[in-house]
Design a protein around this ligand. Sequence first.
Ligand code: ZN
Length: 169
Amino acid sequence: MVGVSAIDPLVAANIEFAKSFSGGLPGTPARKVAVVTCMDCRIDPVRALGVTVGDANVIRNAGGLVVEDTIRSLAISQRKLGTQAIMIIQHTRCGLSTFSDEEFRAELAAETGVTPPWGPRPFGAQEDNVRAALERIHASPFLPHTDDVRGFIFDVDTGLLNEVYASAS
Ligand SMILES: [Zn+2]
C-alpha cells in the first residue's frame, strides 16, 4: 500500500542537515552533565539550557521520571561517559498529570489482554514528583556522583526553569 509517511520529510531534512554537519565529536559530554527530562514536544533541552551538540547526555521518557531504565542510562553516563552532574527537568502541563497510571494500565490490559510489564508510577503534585526523582538518584547504589544533582520544573509557557529543593528534613 502506498501511503504518506510522516517520517519522509524528516528523512529529507536529514539529507540537508548532513551537508553542513562536521561530526568528529567525542561521545563523552563536554559539560559533564546528564539531563533527565520528559519527552514532551515543547521542551528543547539544547536551546532551553544553552548547551549544544556534544555537551550533555539527555535521557527522556514520558514524565521525565527516574525509573529503572533511567538509572541504567545515568549509570552508563557517569561510569562510562564521565558525567558528574544530573539535572532533572519535569514541566508544567505535563500529559502525565491528565490521567492516572493505574487507569492507563487497566485500559491497556482490558484492550489487549496483556498487563503491561512496567509497574505503576505514582504521579502526584509536580514538586513531589521532582523530589521523588531526586530521592531515587540519591538512593541508587549505581551512581558514583550525587553531589551535584538538582531538580527543576520547566514552565512550558514562559520557558523558565523553577528549581525544586529537597524538602528540609
Ligand atoms: Zn511531560
